[in-house]
Design a protein around this ligand. Structure first.
Ligand SMILES: [Zn+2]
Length: 190
């Protein structure tokens, strides 16, 4: 049995009635897909299928959580996702995607594997900006990242805590250093 056989839907043996399929997309699924955006999660997917004339209408309903790196601190965070969408499948000569939601599959094969579609729908439903709940970020990491915007690794010993109220720039020579200007900007905007 192939890695993704579970996600194959035989179309040519379906009657006119509707059918439904349920999948649990767990860590194992994401491991098999082996794509960088999402590597862990637990998503329930239910897919219902209707045949209308020569078109198969697939309705997807996804709900669950995925684990992705937080935009602010890069630590793993739990992201809730839900997705509802349709995909229309038609028979043709070769496999192709006509539109975002119309897929042609070779009639000789008569089946569609929806593993990659399920994965894509999950990725699509992750908000562009995803950060931890307030206060839940990895503080060490997020302040380090901020500092790396202005100071290189080699200058680590010069790193000053911008949240320290007593912080004063004493060395006048360093004020002309553009990195210090950037640091000052960060302090001013905080
Ligand atoms: Zn975070």
């Amino acid at each position: 049995m192939g890695k993704f056989d579970l996600y194959k839907i035989q179309l040519n043996s379906l009657s006119e009635e509707s059918h439904s399929f349920d999948y649990e997309l767990d860590n194992d699924f994401f491991k098999k897909i082996d794509s960088p955006e999402v590597q862990k999660g637990d998503v329930n997917a239910s897919v219902s299928l209707k045949k209308i004339n020569n078109t198969f209408e697939l309705n997807f309903n996804l709900e669950g959580v995925v684990f992705v790196p937080c935009d602010r601190c890069l630590d793993e965070m739990e992201q809730l996702i839900t997705y509802k969408g349709k995909l229309f499948v038609k028979f043709g000569k070769d496999f192709s995607q006509e539109d975002d939601d119309i897929v042609i599959v070779p009639e000789s094969e008569g089946e569609i594997n929806i593993a990659w579609f399920l994965y894509e729908f999950i990725v699509l439903s992750i908000p562009t900006k995803h950060i931890h709940q307030p206060g839940k970020c990895n503080k060490t990491m997020s302040s380090k990242l901020k500092k790396h915007l202005v100071l290189s690794e080699n200058d680590e010993e010069e790193v000053l805590d911008e949240e320290d109220d007593d912080f004063v720039i004493e060395d006048t020579e360093q004020i002309s250093d553009p990195r210090w200007d950037e640091l000052k900007n960060i302090i001013d905007t905080n």
